[in-house]
Design a protein around this ligand. Structure first.
Ligand SMILES: Cc1ncc(COP(=O)(O)O)c(C=O)c1O
Length: 370
């Protein structure tokens, strides 16, 4: 058995003619910076998410930076987020000069524990930044209620949540700004780095368009200090082709998740839950067990790849030691980092293979007494 964590080759083989054609179109047009294909994708993504505006970005990391800058987050401000996320979330808060203030997560949805937010709010708090981890949205009603009560802004880190929704609202369309990553392995992935911000505010959309392109209202007229976070035109063209497949791909991911849920329900593994009012798009299928490392090794011996998202919570990483946290500060994030294991889940994974993986997991669980 040889099962990887994704199969982009298969994904691209299935779309090869369309991908070749749009890339050729960009080459023939000789327009490599912004232009038609970027606008086309932005409009398509707005139609897909229901956001009024989509602003293409060079990456999910760049999208976070631009979102924070658009809300004037800077030195002296605090941004409330979670320690159990990819480093970019905290890095971009740090980059603005603001302080990341952390609250713990829920143990089975892995999203922000909204009961912990109010205690973390101070007179310096400017933004609440929940992360829709693994494809499931945080409790947006509770977050928006607190934001309103205390006059705070909300940025949704929806890097892992393309297609996900809360009630009827797509990820990234409830808060002031949503940020997306289109890193190749994401549910919607480019063929290189790419990202986007979504918003329903025309003023924020305008400001983000300035920020991503050196603050230029037109060439060499720099009305604010900006950056270069332009979405690459070839990546926009690729994303346009793949976006048409996203709903189907998310359904296939959901089918794999159902197979794992059904087959593994009688093991001692802690399975992920879907919170009320959520549509989970299963960027990752993450189980928990105290015997995680043994299970990972046993699956690896069989040729089944797994991954750890994330083995060390950010408050215990050397890069964020300056925040002054220690072990025990965020017990759920710490427990999760010791116990989580991501099983293979991607649209191209045959259902029969997901059943086989489940059967192997069951056998190992019996052997390891999980
Ligand atoms: C939650 C989260 N935020 C931000 C990012 C950064 O996105 P990118 O890699 O496109 O810069 C990622 C990427 O993995 C992510 O998972």
């Amino acid at each position: 058995m040889k099962i990887n964590m994704s199969d982009l080759k298969k994904q691209h083989d299935g779309l090869r003619d369309d991908l070749d054609n749009v890339i050729k179109e960009v080459i023939d047009s000789n327009a490599f910076i912004l232009g038609g294909k970027v606008t086309e994708f932005e409009n398509d993504y707005s139609a897909f998410t229901g956001a009024k505006y989509t602003i293409g970005m060079a990456s999910g990391t760049g999208a976070l930076h631009v979102a924070l800058a658009a809300l004037d987050v800077g030195i002296g401000d605090e941004v409330i987020t979670v320690p159990f996320t990819f480093a970019a979330t905290l890095e971009m808060i740090h980059l603005t000069g603001a302080k990341p203030v952390l609250v713990d997560i829920e143990p089975r949805s892995f999203t922000m524990d909204v009961t912990k937010i109010e205690d973390a709010i101070t007179d310096k708090t400017k933004v609440i930044l929940p992360v829709h981890l693994y494809g499931q949205m945080a409790d947006m009603d509770a977050i928006m209620e607190l934001a309103e009560k205390y006059g705070l802004k909300v940025i949704e880190d929806a890097a892992q949540a393309q297609g996900s929704s809360y009630k009827e609202a797509h990820a990234g369309t409830i808060g002031d700004i949503g940020t997306f990553s289109f890193y190749p392995g994401k549910n919607l992935g480019a063929m290189g780095d790419a990202g986007a911000c979504t918003t329903n505010s025309g003023a924020l959309a305008d400001k983000m368009r300035l920020l991503l392109n050196h603050g230029q209202s037109r060439k060499y007229e720099h009305i604010i200090v900006g950056y270069n976070y332009r979405l690459d035109t070839i990546q926009a063209a690729v994303l346009g082709v793949k976006l048409k497949e996203l709903s189907k791909w998310n359904e296939l991911r959901n089918k794999i998740a159902s197979i794992y849920a059904e087959n593994l329900k009688d093991t001692g593994l802690v399975l992920p839950i879907i919170n009320k009012n959520r549509n989970h798009v299963w960027h990752q299928y993450v189980i928990r067990t105290g015997k995680r490392d043994d299970l990972k090794e046993a699956l690896s011996d069989l040729g089944i790849a797994t991954a750890l998202h994330y083995p060390v919570p950010l408050h215990l990483q050397p890069s964020f030691a300056y925040l002054g946290h220690s072990k025990g500060d965020f017990p759920v994030a710490e427990l999760c980092s010791e116990e989580v294991l991501s099983l293979p889940i991607y649209p191209e994974l045959p259902a029969a293979t997901a059943v086989e993986i489940s059967q192997e997991v069951i056998k190992i669980c019996k052997r390891l007494e999980i």
